[in-house]
Design a binder for this molecule. Sequence first.
Ligand code: MCN
Ligand code: CUM
Length: 805
Amino acid sequence: MKDEIDNRDERVANLKGLGCSRKRVEDARFTQGKGNYVDDIKLDGMLFGDFVRSPYAHARIKSIDTAAAMEVPGVLAVLTAADLEPLGLHWMPTLAGDKQMVLADGKVLFQGQEVAFVVAEDRFAAADGIELVEVEYEELPVIVDPFESLKSDVVLREDLDPKAPGAHGPRKHPNHIFTWEAGDKAPTEEVIANAEVVATESMYYHRTHPCPLETCGCVASMDKVNGKLTLWGTFQAPHAIRTVVSLISGIEEHNIRVISPDIGGGFGNKVGAYPGYVCSVVASIVTGKPVKWIEDRMDNLMTTAFARDYHMTGKISATKEGKITALHCHVTADHGGFDACADPTKFPAGFMNICTGSYDIPTAYLEVDGVYTNKAPGGVSYRCSFRVTEAVYFIERMIEVLAIELNMDAAELRRINFIKKEQFPYKAALGWEYDSGDYHTAWDKALKAVDYDGLRAEQAQRVADFKAGKTRKLMGIGLSFFTEIVGAGPVKNCDILGLGMFDSCEIRIHPTGSAIARLGTISQGQGHATTFAQILASEIGLPADSITIEEGDTDTAPYGLGTYGSRSTPVAGAATAMAGRKIRAKAQMIAAYLLEVHDNDVEFDVDRFVVKGAPERFKTMKEIAFAAYNQAIPGLEPGLEAVSYYDPPNMTYPFGAYVCVMDIDVDTGVPDIRRFYALDDCGTRINPMIIEGQIHGGLTEALAVALGQEIAYDDMGNVKTGTLMDFFLPTAWEVPNYETDFTVTPSPHHPIGAKGVGESPHVGGVPCFSNAVQDAFRPFGNRHTNMPHDHWRIWRTANELGLHD
Ligand code: MCN
Ligand code: CUM
């Protein structure tokens, strides 16, 4: 008995709960090729659907002739807008309150737009059919520049009344979508007009794409006998998809089962609803057979949710000593042909109004204009936290430019403007209330870890050597400090299509002391099956290895809004802890009953309830679980189950301090990342190993975006980077050895103090890499150059600064 009590450390370790670098339970199947992705689903008689896509970015459709395609052996149907129109399905609502063509209705608005859907016995016959669908196009003037779009006589969206307001208020021009404002305009402008120092800069955060390993796809199967539709797909929000499918198809929600099986990376690309889903469902209803639709790589890069495409202009004012007094930001946001963003309804520009960053800025104003162009729709994806990537890039560049203006060290400028620890909870000028933070501690730790002063001395020497002709390599020190905002969100201000953004967890404890927990979220690689079991292990005292986590099946999981915006841990993770606590409360009653003491005379200890002051008298959770199905208290219902729908009181505000040291060859423009140090604070850390994996992944994607990856268009609206030959995907060759570090500042309102982390490294990483490039050229007069900093652009910067003379 004594051993049982003394080996407390062992009992804690046995749970593999909070803080344990538990190995990922999902990897056994992934590493053995036993994953079950959408394209692995094969049903009897399953057909394959694929799209005829527009080669033009803007054109009128004169005619579509499907006769020849129908002659191809194996082709069973070719759907066009004319077929969908009687069903009211030729257009669909977007998550942003706009509507989008499912199949081209009279015209096309971007290259790659879906024009017809060919349904065939296999994908090869579908491909042959696509070749033979004859579409007659009449080319229209193409607009790829949002500034031009707002001046043009060419009306892109002829379906909209040009004078009518949009989903987010009045529109200034037929190609204008919305204006969104935050903060105080007049006071901000006044402070800036009278300031001692003002820095102004314009920057473009280019269009990018997350390019997940697995492209988007689905399998729709309409069981006409039972009236049940099953839809498997790469959905980051399966419940929301079920609701959308019900609303647009008229099929009652209980007759729709949406399943997200294993997903090979989402990164935001799989949040929205795509024409492929609608067409597969219609095709399955029409043919009575299951229909699969899977994008190829070009489809994915050219047509599904892109990210960024923000043209940002800022003004930042300060005293001569460097205390920031005001920030002004204007954004022209290119949303493509349809506004298919997936932001919470009240935030058409996402959480861009966190652009005051980690700094105590008393006055600020933000204005965003959303604009239609002839590009693919979307606008929120790629580890973005709803535009926080843009916001952090903006402020972290503005700080660097202000440092130049003040002739001051950028690390010091940050330090004197950070929100102080004692100011939390901190109400920012643009509306958010930051829950907790300790920026100075994190910054000091980061600068010390990299020997910042030593690096600056080395850099000064390098500049001198360069000027003396002793080296052709410059040295850049990239700094960034970010504040994230994740965990959408309080239902009071966050919803998508009217669905409040709570999340959920339902737990069943089995008699022998093992359990299943189901959540409203869905992992796409983040390791939820591993980490959510750890939260529960610590809450209910059963080993994580005895707890199955299940997500993604709307027939079994409680309703939730899904996984994006790093919301799973802040919201569903909180629901998990709360449901666990309900289990524990009932377990406490059972334990007290079994131990014949009052409820308040027992206390929870790791994996058991112990009589206070009598540690030898206890009941383990395993024993209690069995009792719950047997000798539960008279009058108390048997079983041990709980559910929690969690509406978070606030979002969580993770933060971090990153430093990148880079050497740049001015003659080739090739950067060499010598060092990358990343300190993250995501509050209570559930699984340090998974956090580190998230950070490595996010930093690598940040490297990609900062140093070369983009979705580029030519003047005709042709996508120039629609294949992996042209689209930069970093490999082990380009990726440095990341040094990760952390501080822990728990969220005061989250049940276990955890904040999200999935997007942090991307949010903080992009400005860090970009700042490193820019900093290398600062001693030679560089102020700002736009990303992506590919070799050619870096070479060009060196050239423009006269470094090749
Ligand atoms: N975690 C932890 N301790 C914390 C916070 C998080 O151990 N304090 C763990 C979580 O329990 C979870 C993982 O880290 O296993 C990420 O958690 P969280 O930050 O809550 O983010 P989500 O699970 O909601 O994931 C979404 C986020 C987003 S929005 C994008 S985009 C992105 C990202 O995750 N897409 C990814 N990381 C990705 N990683 C992979 N492999 N694949 C994607 O598609
Ligand atoms: Cu913004 S990309 Mo993630 O939210 O799925």
